[in-house]
Design a protein around this ligand. Structure first.
Ligand code: CP
Length: 320
């Protein structure tokens, strides 16, 4: 069997590229480590020295608010030096290849690269080409994976619902173009979630959807019934080719989360969204801001979860 490129010979994380292929113990270690970091983020002095002397570079070739900012805060709270490369004003606009950019940054003794890139598979590609001892953390690659987002989502679910085996979780919307949905589905299945549902029109489902280990629903009202967790997704218009939907208004009519539809889920169901959310397209404002929404908690937990992943890589996952 080909070894997992994100693990070292001892089976510990040296990169964090995808959830797929990881075992339950590693995911649980990330969640437990993140739990210990939540107290750091609550302190008046929010720093621990775990990454003191290390340098983290943020390379975002696509827009981001949450992921970029929480990776930066996580690195700062672990006492790392952090470099935010502005891609729009970097030498990539003069034609420098991405690999040359990476190698030039390595020459500045970067220890970890946090990379978001529009091409699926780019994080694996960068991981293959960095020097030994340098780590790559995938902050979202094309339609492929967004592993730290999935882990902060698992952390949020565990905080509210504890036992994954008893849960029914519905992921709603543009599954086809969503790296978040893929990573969430892998994580939920690895953590032995009782039932993972996806709810979407046929045009927004990947062809291999059932092979991912989910139950597919095309009708919202059937899919949401009695679930414990509802995860809404944005329509990823930037990745769509052709007309997959009649209109946003019609999409909201059929697949938007309204208070009335949410009432079909369990009364204590939580509502999640990785962001950015489009109010009135996939979710009604009153639900997004309502008492069952944990959307802003997801953002907060992103710091502790990203601290956990970086600290696990730094404490033993990196090959010398
Ligand atoms: N969830 C997420 O990836 O958000 P950003 O695009 O703002 O980073």
């Amino acid at each position: 069997m080909t070894p997992d490129p994100q693990l070292n010979a001892q089976g510990r994380l040296k990169h964090f590229l995808t959830i797929e292929g990881l075992d339950r113990q590693i995911l649980t270690d990330i969640l437990d480590t993140a739990e210990s970091f939540t107290s750091v983020t609550d302190r008046s002095i929010k720093k621990v020295p775990i990454l003191r002397g290390k340098t983290v570079a943020n390379l975002f070739f696509e827009a981001s608010t949450r992921t970029r900012s929480t990776f930066e805060l996580a690195a700062q709270r672990l006492s790392a030096d952090i470099l935010n490369l502005n891609i729009d004003t970097s030498a990539t606009v003069k034609g420098e290849s991405l690999l040359d950019t990476i190698h030039n940054l390595e020459a500045m003794q970067i220890d970890m690269f946090v990379i978001r890139h529009q091409d699926s598979g780019s994080a694996h590609f960068f991981a293959q080409h960095v020097r030994p001892g340098v780590s790559v953390l995938n902050a979202g690659d094309g339609q492929h994976a967004h592993p730290t987002q999935a882990m902060l989502d698992m952390f949020t679910i565990r905080r509210h619902k504890q036992d994954f085996e008893k849960l029914s979780v519905a992921i709603v919307g543009d599954i086809k173009h969503s790296r978040v949905a893929r990573s969430q589905i892998h994580a939920l299945n690895i953590l032995n979630t009782g039932e993972v549902r996806v709810i979407a029109p046929r045009t927004l489902l990947p062809v291999d959807c059932e092979d991912l280990g989910v139950k597919v629903f095309n009708r919202f009202r059937q899919g949401i019934r009695d679930v414990d967790v509802v995860i809404m997704l944005r329509l990823q218009k930037e990745r769509m080719t052709g007309a997959l939907l009649p209109s946003e208004k019609e999409y909201f009519r059929q697949y938007g989360l309204t208070a009335e539809r949410l009432s079909l889920a369990r009364p204590d169901a939580i509502v999640m969204h990785p962001g950015p959310a489009n109010r009135g397209i996939e979710i009604e404002s009153s639900v997004m801001d309502g008492s069952q929404s944990v959307i802003l908690q997801q953002v907060t937990y992103g710091i502790a979860v990203r601290m956990a992943v970086m600290s696990m890589i730094a404490s033993g996952g990196v090959d010398p």
